[in-house]
Design a protein around this ligand. Structure first.
Ligand code: BG6
Length: 278
C-alpha cells in the first residue's frame, strides 16, 4: 500500500507499507525519514525539531548529499543541492507482499544548472522490506564529463552513544576533518567526543553494535565511509537539533568523498548501493 501525504503546510511525502515494513519518504530530497520493520524499533533517527518545509533540509533519516559531499567546494552549498530539490515519483511497485520498490528521479533544471552547470539524471530506488536497500544512480546526460562526491548520510537511532561500537573500519586510514590529519584506525570505534572522519578505501561491510541490536551495512560503488557525531557543544548549536540529541544517533555515511570522488563520462553512469540489515 502507498499514498501521497501532506503536512499542514503542503510539504509532501510518500507513505509505504507492506506485510513487514513501513517507510515515509519526502519528495524533497527523496529523503527517507522513517523506516521500520514490524516488531522492531525504528532504524533511523529523526529530530523532533526537524522542519518539513520547502528549502530546509530534514534533520535525520537519510539525507542525500549530492553532487557534493561536505563543504570543500566553495561554489556549492554544504552537501550539495539534491536534499533541497523536489524529486519526481516514477514508480511504486509492490514486488510481493513483503517488498515495495519506490523509484524517484531528479533531473537537471534551470535552478540546478545555476548551481551546477551539467545535464544529469539522479535516480533513487528504495527497496522497502525486512531490510532496507537504497540505490543512488547518477547519469551524465551531458557532452562532457563531470565529477561528483556524494553520501547516503544515514542517521542511525541508537540506545545511547555510550553503548555503541562500530566494526569494519579497523586498519583503514581516515581524514580527521576536525584536526585536518590523516591517521590509521587501530581498533573498532567507540565514541566519547565529537567525531567527524572520512575513512578511505573502506571494505564493503560495516557493523554497528548497539546494546539492543546489531546493524549491518553493505555497500557497492562506495570506497569511503563517514563517521559523524557532533557531541554536546556542536549539537547545541546545530539547526533543528535538540541539545542532547547527540546521545541518540550516530551517522555512518556510505560515501564517495575526498579522493574517492567519481568522474562520470558523457552518457555514462555511476551507482552507489547500500543494504542495511538488522
Ligand atoms: C557530516 C559532516 O557528514 O554532516 C559534518 O561530516 C556535518 O561535518 C554534518 O556537520 C551535518 O551537516 P548538515 O549540513 O546536515 O548540518
Amino acid at each position: 500500500m502507498y499514498s501521497i501525504q501532506k503536512f499542514e503546510n503542503g510539504f509532501e511525502y510518500l507513505e509505504l507499507s507492506n506485510a513487514v515494513a513501513k517507510a515515509k519518504i519526502a519528495l524533497q530530497g527523496a529523503h527517507l525519514f522513517e523506516y521500520s520493520v514490524r516488531g522492531k524499533e525504528d532504524l533511523l533517527w529523526l529530530s523532533p525539531l526537524s522542519r518539513f518545509e520547502e528549502g530546509v533540509a530534514i534533520r535525520g533519516g537519510v539525507p542525500l548529499c549530492w553532487p557534493r559531499f561536505g563543504s570543500l567546494d566553495e561554489t556549492m552549498m554544504q552537501h550539495g543541492f539534491a536534499r533541497l530539490f523536489k524529486f519526481k515519483v516514477l514508480k511504486v511497485e509492490e514486488l510481493n507482499k513483503e517488498t515495495t520498490l519506490l523509484h524517484m528521479r531528479l533531473s537537471d533544471s534551470k535552478e540546478s544548472r545555476e548551481l551546477w552547470d551539467h545535464l544529469f539524471e539522479l535516480d533513487v530506488v528504495f527497496k522497502i522490506s525486512d531490510q532496507l536497500e537504497i540505490t543512488l544512480m547518477t547519469k551524465n546526460l551531458d557532452t562532457k564529463p563531470f565529477i561528483i562526491t556524494q553520501a547516503l548520510h544515514t542517521y542511525f537511532k541508537i540506545s545511547d552513544i555510550a553503548n555503541i561500537t562500530i566494526k569494519g573500519l579497523q586498519n583503514c586510514y581516515y581524514i580527521d576533518t576536525l584536526r585536518d590529519e590523516k591517521c590509521k584506525e587501530q581498533e573498532s570505534i567507540t565514541i566519547d567526543q565529537e567525531i567527524d572522519r572520512v575513512y578511505i578505501d573502506t571494505d564493503d561491510t560495516i557493523e554497528l553494535y548497539d546494546k539492543r541490536r546489531h546493524i549491518r551495512l553493505k555497500t557497492e560503488g562506495s570506497a569511503s565511509t563517514v563517521v559523524w557525531n557532533p557531541w554536546q557543544q556542536k549539537c547545541s548549536k546545530m539547526s533543528y537539533m535538540p541539545q542532547d540529541a547527540y546521545r541518540e544517533f550516530v551517522c555512518i555515511e556510505s560515501a564517495n568523498a575526498f579522493d574517492d570522488f567519481i568522474r562520470i563520462g558523457s552518457k555514462k553512469s555511476h551507482t552507489l548501493h547500500l543494504t542495511v540489515s538488522f
